[in-house]
Design a protein around this ligand. Structure first.
Ligand SMILES: CC(C)(COP(=O)(O)OP(=O)(O)OC[C@H]1O[C@@H](n2cnc3c(N)ncnc32)[C@H](O)[C@@H]1OP(=O)(O)O)[C@@H](O)C(=O)NCCC(=O)NCCS
Length: 341
């Protein structure tokens, strides 16, 4: 079994799942736990989202406790008071997800740091998630929003919509230890933030993407992009995603890199690379290679520099060409800035 989690969620008026909160998902749970769950709930083979009722919780808690899982037993006991739909998600295999509860479990596993970006199959996930108004009264199916808004007004309340999206913000589900996030709306559930990661207000982290930490993220980490240990993304910088625009190279940033303010990368970087502020390195851009004396050695497309370490990329301010030098002063993280945990 790959993963197991007890969750509490929201459904629309048709009974479709909108979202699920799994307080304590498990990665690779032992057989005793799964056997205990199967004794109480009617669990089919394979990957299964099994709905259950609060009245099942006491029996489930007893079985989990007997199987040696006191934490999960306690959670099951707590869920007995739920007024919202409950689900047990059993993930036997890592296949393209088939349901919203399955997608949500995978997103939780990422944000809980139980798996890293790219380690789980998320193929087709968009089609399984509904567009949701995330409001001060919880998630609401976008099609049901007008009715709910009116109902709230009639009762003297104002329904406030924070965002309209398929994904919620990560921090409403999990706040991993040792991170700072300036604006929580800019980190989606499914982001992976390693210990010591700071995401400033201008930073953004998509799902199935993230930073190993420690690191300072003031730019955008697109879906699928992973930033290595000790790397900084400068204010407003961009890492190219692969979801649209024909980009098919998976972008990553190695360890100890600095992407300057308003810069961008369309190629994966190795370790200790620096990209000058304001320079966008697209894969096809021609780059002039310079030796230690500043003499021109060769000209290559940037994609040929993919994954190489110790590069300093800059746009020559006099002739406009993009140049690549050896990076002699790899970024030293600002110790004071990072000494927060
Ligand atoms: C590219 C960068 C790293 C170069 O910084 P550096 O290595 O400290 O280089 P210096 O500014 O000391 O310049 C070294 C030499 O290279 C030259 N040089 C620097 N950038 C150049 C450019 N774009 N074109 C031509 N020459 C350049 C300098 O004029 C200097 O020449 P000299 O030795 O003849 O005096 C820096 O300009 C940069 O963009 N840093 C990013 C900072 C950032 O955005 N942080 C995130 C904040 S949110």
């Amino acid at each position: 079994m790959l993963s197991f989690a007890l969750g509490i969620g929201t459904q629309n008026t048709q009974g479709d799942w909108l979202e699920i909160y799994y307080p304590a998902p498990l990665f690779q749970p032992d057989d005793a736990l799964i056997d205990a769950v199967k004794r109480v709930l009617d669990v089919p083979e394979g990957n299964a989202a099994v709905s259950f009722l609060p009245e099942h919780c006491a029996e489930l808690a007893g079985a989990l406790k007997a199987a040696g899982h006191a934490g999960q037993a306690e959670l099951a006991e707590t869920l007995a008071t739920s007024q919202r739909p409950l689900v047990a998600m059993l993930l036997a295999e890592d296949l393209p997800p088939q349901s919203a509860p399955e997608v949500y479990l995978k997103l939780h596993l990422l944000s809980h740091r139980l798996v890293k970006p790219h380690e789980l199959d998320l193929t087709g996930m968009f089609g399984l998630l509904r567009n949701i108004a995330w409001t001060n009264e919880g998630p609401i199916d976008i099609e049901e929003l007008p009715a709910r808004r009116l109902k709230a007004r009639l009762a003297g309340r104002t329904l406030s919509v924070d965002c309209v999206d398929k994904f919620p913000k990560m921090t409403d589900y999990v706040v991993p230890g040792g991170v700072r996030i300036g604006d929580t709306a800019r980190v989606r559930l499914g982001a992976y933030l390693g210990e010591g990661t700071t995401v400033m207000h201008e930073g953004f982290v998509n799902f199935n993407a993230g930073a190993e930490g420690p690191g300072m993220i003031e730019g955008r980490i697109s879906a699928g992009v992973v930033v290595g240990k000790g790397s900084d993304l400068g204010g407003g910088c961009s890492t190219m995603g692969t979801l649209s625009g024909g980009g098919n190279i998976v972008i990553k940033v190695g360890e100890g890199c600095l992407i300057g303010a308003n810069a961008g990368i369309g190629i994966p970087l190795g370790d200790r690379c620096t990209v000058e502020a304001g320079l966008y390195i697209t894969a096809g851009a021609k780059v002039t290679l310079l030796d230690d004396q500043g003499q021109e050695v060769d000209t290559v497309a940037a994609r040929e520099l993919a994954n190489q370490s110790d590069l300093l990329l800059r746009r020559n301010s006099q002739n406009g060409r993009i140049e690549c030098l050896t990076n002699k002063s790899a970024v030293a993280l600002n110790e004071a800035l990072h000494a927060h945990n």
